[in-house]
Design a protein around this ligand. Structure first.
Ligand code: ZN
Ligand code: ZN
Length: 347
């Protein structure tokens, strides 16, 4: 057993210049999650089919166009996919589902639980393939911010932000404690190797280390498995904030969400020079992202959602942020041969 804090696979799907999307997985566990459902072809159908939960910030096309691929990848799975989003998500997800015809084969068993995050309420509806997706009944429960999703290993927190439409920001929060060590499990997952969860459950319950656990038909000692495949983790926090103004009204919630985070992925659609457009379209500038990172005392800031107007000079956005906050980076693809003269509308 060893100690670690960075044990997850974290992937920014389209770098800092494409549709925002963040995939987080523990290779040794069945708990992959995805922030935002924009373009997600880089993830591949297999990884999309492994998702346990999808968290949609809002319904602008660059954050929602990939939802169809998520449905397609999971249609044949006998599982319940959790989907979270702001007000309107139930109707929008249902609308997408109903826009297709299905053969309704008996093996198509997907259940989608859609949760809308309101100010003090969660509204939930269940969409069931085996029932041929009838109009869902919506249930309401009181909600005490910020946690919207929780498993044995992690929590996801949400905050309402200030965009042109209802929009959320999220934080992925890993709980401290004992966890499988993906580098030693070498591709084994709990679904294929059930002993992983059995051993984990026993270790967390404080079972004697001499307890036998059957691994691939052989009895092994719990203590042996602990030393070979598990580790202590301090827990980490990753905040994902996009499509919001850096306005007074949202700062307290955003600072709570990202406070002390190991990583903050943050909207920097504009340079500070375009602050008026940023205010008008409710996006942040690179300088504001840096101010946010500084105030939240994060370890690392990663800028995302650059406007295509800066194509060929994206580095200037990173430099602008670095003037305020040193530990900043971005994933910028190599410049294309021919520059496009068109600029995308903010969304
Ligand atoms: Zn956007
Ligand atoms: Zn937007």
């Amino acid at each position: 057993m060893r100690t670690s804090r960075k044990i997850s696979e974290i992937r920014l799907l389209n770098g800092s210049t494409g549709d925002p999307g963040l995939y987080i997985d523990h290779p040794g566990r069945d708990d992959a999650i995805l922030f935002d459902a924009g373009e997600n072809a880089t993830l591949g159908m297999e990884r999309l089919a492994d998702l346990e939960a999808v968290f949609i910030t809002h319904h602008h096309v660059d954050h929602f166009i990939g939802f169809d691929r998520i449905v397609r990848a999971n249609l044949d799975r006998d599982k319940t996919l959790q989907v979270y989003g702001p007000e309107g998500t139930i109707a929008k997800v249902y609308g997408k589902i109903k826009s297709y015809e299905y053969p309704f084969f008996p093996f198509q068993k997907i259940v989608i639980d859609v949760h809308e995050v309101h100010a003090t309420q969660l509204r939930t509806a269940r969409l069931e393939c085996t029932r041929r997706f009838p109009r869902p009944k919506v249930q309401e429960v009181d909600w005490n911010p910020p946690v919207i999703y929780e498993t044995d290993d992690l929590k996801v927190e949400a905050a309402h932000v200030d965009h042109t439409v209802p929009c959320l920001a999220f934080a992925w929060v890993e709980k401290p404690g004992i966890a499988p060590d993906p580098s030693r499990l070498k591709g084994r997952s709990p679904s294929r190797s059930p002993w992983i969860n059995e051993a984990l459950g026993r270790l967390r319950a404080g079972a004697p280390l001499e307890t036998p656990v059957v691994v691939d038909g052989q009895a092994r000692l719990l203590g042996e498995l602990r030393d070979q495949y598990f580790m202590e983790t301090e827990g980490s926090r990753i905040a994902y904030v996009t499509d919001t103004a850096w306005s007074e009204s949202v700062r307290p919630a955003l600072l709570r969400l990202a406070g002390g985070a190991n990583r903050l992925y943050c909207d920097s659609f504009y340079a500070q020079e375009q602050i008026q457009q940023a205010d008008k379209h409710h996006h942040m500038t690179a300088t504001q992202a840096a101010e946010f990172a500084l105030a939240a005392n994060v370890e690392e800031l990663i800028l995302i959602h650059f406007s295509t107007r800066y194509a060929g000079r994206f580095d200037a956005l990173v430099d602008e942020a670095r003037a305020r906050f040193p530990r900043v980076s971005a994933e910028i693809p190599p410049a294309p041969q021919k520059k496009s003269t068109r600029t995308a509308n903010p969304s």
